[in-house]
Design a protein around this ligand. Structure first.
Ligand SMILES: Nc1nc2c(ncn2[C@@H]2O[C@H](COP(=O)(O)OP(=O)(O)OP(=O)(O)O)[C@@H](O)[C@H]2O)c(=O)[nH]1
Ligand SMILES: [Mg+2]
Length: 634
């Protein structure tokens, strides 16, 4: 059964979206002739929209997340469900013309096709993988379910189960969300840990919808929903009025085998799954549009501001102030000297800052591994036979979470380094232009060596030899350039997943050959495994920094060149102005002022629309600062 199509009503949000798109068109039209890079940048932001808004399903273990995903997709048993087996990796469900599944494995560059009916083996704790095969980092499933034509769904491992690292993996998946679907069940009100997880997971996601599952099994579910709402009011007031959707995946599934169509219809109605399908489509689809529109407008605004400043410089150049002309020539000389000099001061600063960030990151790795080893030793002492058998999966999940943590901190540090160096290189009033230029980073990226060229470095050999994520180099540069500039969050979020460090195949083999029940053997194994993991992680961190330094140097160098070019253009226009007579000057000034007036109008529209998107609660852009245009105007 397919979910009923949602008829698009001309809502306020829809109207705002239409206005937003119209304004972006206007901005592109205004910039196209005289400021083509700015127009191209807006077009890029607009085109880089994820194909479908993404709903990430999160919650404590065994609340019925996977069952709910299956019900929403109307594909019983697709995402593995079990009273015992917990989802152990995250599963991305996308629309596809045919059903297809692929696993992102540590050690493989691209996803590996897996049988779609074997998801239980590949994505759950107790599944059976081929010998020596570490579990995947992520499983991507394409299927024809109608809901997926509008949304991508992600099922995550439950939080609060035996494997603590699952929480981190789920949180990581949650950061890709357009909206979260937080799953609780009707057996009991929110646990404290659920509220804690909710707060963390929703830090950067505006829209959280709540599903209260298993209402077929708990007659008192209405009371539980009331108590849940009261708990939200007290402990997470942001969600006091959030939508809570009671649902029973089981009733929905039972409709498939119902003895009569009438019974099936009643079961589906009682399950309330269809209402939720509709809710997800209308609320999340609308939200995604508004969010995307807000981003496009934000990009448009900064490009318009850059053009406005260029025009202001043009106006000033019509009647050149001799002092300003001298200053401009001096600025140009300073920047050119900065580029030529062997010991560029900004490079020294950058190296020093990078060195410090690298040392801190290495210390992170050492501390993480040392702490983990300590915990594993204690756990081995306490463990029974079954938990010893499950040990490598758990160690692997912890390593994945550790990688994510370490790389998150690296990103934070790289951003600080970039900030410090930029502030040293440019005057505060130059920075906005510099950022606008840096945001057009693809030209810089294109000049770097393609990932294949790095395959044969010693480090790559070590990485491949160790069976660890060789796919890293492919994702690295693409992820880090925008990251340093504070943009492109989605690609950054994805990168550490595809590079997720894990136990090497050899380590798994050794584990299976060791006498698992003998704790002393296991303690030796865990030391070997962690030593190997530490070496791999350190080598990854080191190469991340080498690449980051290279990339940042190129980006900053290009920024200086762009600034020199801009100053050259200004000096040229001043020289031309000196040759104009009074009437010509006046005409030129009027021309430029008219262009500025047009920009001012478009910027005013951008600002109003952004405000509407924010205040209507669809934009989720609260806190975005919109600095006024420079030059004392607009
Ligand atoms: N009665 C009833 N049981 C349900 C319902 N939904 C899920 N269950 C049961 O709850 C158990 C856990 O379901 P899952 O869908 O695997 O739960 P999960 O949250 O994905 O679990 P993890 O991935 O391990 O965190 C299974 O035994 C399901 O059959 C429901 O609507 N009604
Ligand atoms: Mg599950």
């Amino acid at each position: 059964m397919s979910p009923p199509a949602v008829r698009q009503q001309p809502t306020a949000a829809g109207r705002t979206g239409g206005i937003a798109r119209g304004i972006a068109d206007e901005a592109i039209a205004v910039l196209r002739g005289s400021f083509p890079d700015g127009a191209a940048e807006i077009a890029r932001i607009r085109s880089e929209r994820p194909d479908r808004p993404t709903v990430v399903v999160v919650g404590e273990t065994k609340r019925g997340k996977s069952s709910l995903v299956n019900a929403l997709l109307n594909r019983p048993g697709l995402s593995p469900v079990d009273a015992m087996v917990a989802t152990s990796t995250y599963l991305v469900f996308r629309h596809g013309e045919v059903n297809h599944a692929a696993a992102v494995l540590p050690g493989a560059g691209r996803p590996v096709t897996i049988p779609i009916d074997r998801l239980r083996d590949w994505a759950t704790e107790l599944g059976e993988l081929p010998e020596g095969q570490p579990p995947p980092r992520m499983v991507e499933v394409e299927c024809t379910a109608p809901l997926l034509t509008n949304l991508t769904l992600i099922d995550t491992p439950g939080v609060g189960g035996l494997v603590a690292a699952h929480a981190e993996i789920a949180l990581h998946a949650a950061r890709q969300a357009t909206a979260l679907l937080f799953v609780v069940d009707a057996s009991a009100p929110f646990a404290r840990s659920e509220l804690d997880f909710l707060r963390t997971a929703s830090e950067s996601i505006d829209l959280v919808l709540f599903a209260v599952t298993k209402i077929d099994a708990y007659r008192g579910w209405r009371q539980i929903v009331e108590t849940d709402r009261a708990l939200l009011r007290t402990h997470a007031p942001r969600f006091a009025d959030a939508e809570m959707m009671p649902v029973s995946s089981q009733l929905f599934e039972r409709a498939v085998d119902a003895p009569a169509p009438e019974v099936a219809r009643v079961l589906r109605t009682e399950s309330q799954v269809i209402g939720m399908q509709i809710g997800l489509q209308s609320r999340v689809a609308a939200k995604a549009d508004a969010l995307h529109d807000a981003n496009v407008l934000r990009g448009a605004r900064s490009q318009l501001a850059a053009y406005f400043r260029a025009l202001a410089a043009g106006i000033a150049a019509v009647d050149p102030d001799p002092a300003k002309v001298a200053q401009m020539r001096a600025d140009r000389e300073r920047l050119v000297a900065q580029r030529r000099s062997d010991a560029r001061t900004w490079q020294l600063t950058m190296r020093a800052q990078m060195g410090r960030a690298r040392t801190d990151s290495m210390l992170d790795v050492q501390r993480e591994v040392r702490d983990a080893l300590h915990r594993w030793r204690i756990e081995i002492d306490r463990a029974d036979r079954d938990s010893l058998k499950a040990l490598p999966r758990e160690v692997d999940a912890v390593l994945q979470a550790t990688t994510l943590r370490v790389f998150d901190r690296i990103l934070g540090r790289l951003r600080s380094v970039t900030e410090v160096v930029l502030h040293q290189m440019f005057a505060p009033d130059e920075l906005e232009d510099v950022y606008a230029g840096l945001a057009r980073a693809p030209t810089i990226r294109a000049t770097l060596a393609p990932p294949e060229a790095r395959q044969q470095t010693v480090e790559d050999k070590i990485v491949m030899f160790g069976g660890v994520a060789a796919g890293l180099s492919a994702g690295r540069l693409v992820a880090f350039v925008p990251a340093m500039l504070g943009a492109g969050a989605a690609s950054v979020v994805m990168a550490p997943v595809s590079i997720g460090l894990g136990l090497a195949a050899t380590t798994w083999m050794v584990f299976s050959r060791r006498r698992v029940a003998e704790k002393n053997h296991l303690k030796v194994w865990i030391v070997e495994a962690m030593t190997e993991a530490r070496a791999s992680l350190e080598s990854e961190v080191a190469s991340q920094f080498i690449d980051a330094e290279h990339t940042l140097t190129l980006a900053l160098d290009a920024a200086v060149q762009r600034r020199v070019d801009a100053l050259d253009a200004e000096v040229r226009s001043i020289d031309a102005a000196l040759k104009l007579d009074a009437q010509q000057k006046d005409r030129r000034r009027q021309e430029l002022l008219a262009k500025q007036a047009v920009i001012r109008q478009v910027v005013a529209k951008v600002d109003t629309t952004l405000q509407t998107l924010q205040t209507s609660g669809h934009g989720a852009q609260a806190g975005v600062q919109l600095p006024a245009l420079g030059g004392g105007s607009a």
